[in-house]
Design a protein around this ligand. Structure first.
Ligand code: PLP
Length: 379
């Protein structure tokens, strides 16, 4: 068995050892935070402390952090209940054509319920502009949802400027930001954008799967998506996933304390891209990525599904776009208007601060060998 050479950190990340340790302890302490006796109260105390840790990482108060089961839940909650809050303004939503499926499919569902959605189209570099958003704003716009970092290109969207533009147009329009790929991956916290609602997810920051959080800015009266026992101040019912929450908080603390992680991640990404360009002349860069951890390249005409499989057989893990869209060409690259051969050959590479040059060399060599064994498609 080859050692695993992992360049798919945007799909998911390994658990920090610190997270695993506190999760094991939290699993052993099985008390329900809602129980009134001491064993339950201890669990509630632990959740309170973990909420404070996540709030510190976000740069907000703990009263603005609501634990969820994942980023997908956070996006559904923010958008579905956000539009209800804005119903008096109207039924118009603005988002971008390159959002994650958790946003796009939610918007499509709302369209079936009578909402109207404007999808801002990215340019060839994967960017949308503040002016594009300004032009789309209408008197009946209720909600804007815009991601912070695109999960396939690594492009950072101008969320802070867009929030300012939206609030200048009408302060009542809610602004939601899917910051799943931006949380702890950029110099500034997503909270500094000024967005009203912000989604983050545990398994993208060295925490476990099955936990995330929605930041709800103080004063925003979002209704719950899940109703029931009234946990999370009545806003997100369901017995708290104490172990996942513990692991998520430990991961936030561990990642946050690694102060030169962004510099190291950028350096290894740039090194890998340079090595790839040198070794494989027909490789093209779709996006070098503004965020340190993601970039997108293409081998025009070489079917990326096959290339990913051949690499995988050698223990080299990359993605042919979002891991959530297996088998279909990426809607992000399609929205950018890339030519067909570029679309079919697109690969996403994503990095961690601990990615090494040796791993980069293994990737380059495996990719060089792969394209010798894979036949390009003729267009
Ligand atoms: N939003 C973005 C930008 C993502 O990249 C992902 C996961 O890939 C999600 C949302 C969904 O997060 P989760 O897997 O926690 O549901």
């Amino acid at each position: 068995m080859n050692p695993l050479t992992y360049f798919d950190y945007a799909a998911t990340t390994p658990l920090y050892p610190q997270a695993l340790e506190v999760m094991t302890q939290a699993l052993a302490h099985f008390g329900n935070p809602s129980s009134r006796y001491a064993y339950g109260r201890q669990a509630a105390q632990a959740v309170k402390a973990h909420r404070e840790t996540v709030a510190r990482a976000l740069g907000c108060t703990s009263g603005e952090v609501y634990f969820t089961s994942c980023g997908t839940e956070g996006n559904n909650w923010a958008i579905r209940k956000g539009v209800e809050l804005g119903r008096r303004r109207g039924r118009h939503i603005i988002t971008t054509a390159m959002e994650h499926a958790a946003v796009l499919e939610t918007c499509r569902d709302l369209e079936r319920q009578g909402y109207e959605v404007t999808y801002l189209t990215p340019d060839r570099a994967g960017r949308v502009s503040v002016d594009q958003l300004r032009r789309a704003l209408r008197p009946d716009t209720a909600l804007v949802s815009m991601m912070l970092v695109n999960n396939e290109t690594g492009v950072v969207l101008p969320v802070a400027d867009c929030v300012s533009a939206v609030k200048a147009f009408a302060p009542a329009i809610l602004f939601h930001c899917d910051a799943v790929q931006g949380f702890l991956k950029l110099p500034d916290s997503p909270v500094s954008t000024g967005a009203d609602l912000i989604t983050v997810s545990g398994h993208k920051v060295g925490g476990p799967k099955g936990v995330g959080a929605l930041y709800i800015k103080k004063g925003v009266r979002l209704a719950p998506l899940l109703t029931g026992g009234g946990q999370e101040e009545g806003l997100r019912s369901g017995t708290e996933a104490t172990a996942q929450i513990a692991g998520f908080a430990a991961a936030c603390a561990a990642m946050g304390s690694d102060t030169d992680r962004l510099v190291r991640t950028t350096a290894i990404k740039e090194y890998t891209l340079a090595q790839l360009k040198q070794a494989i002349p027909n490789l093209e860069v779709i996006s070098p990525g503004d965020a340190p951890h993601i970039c997108a390249v293409t081998l025009p005409g070489y079917p990326s599904e096959v290339v990913v499989r051949v690499l995988g057989d050698q223990g080299v893990c990359v993605s042919s776009g979002s891991a959530c869209h297996r088998g279909k060409p990426s809607h992000v690259f399609a929205a950018m208007g890339l030519p067909k051969p570029w679309l079919s050959g697109a690969l996403r590479l994503s990095f961690s601060p601990s990615s090494t040059r040796e791993e980069a060399h293994r990737l380059v060599e495996a990719l060089r060998q792969a394209i010798e064994s894979v036949f390009p498609i003729m267009f």
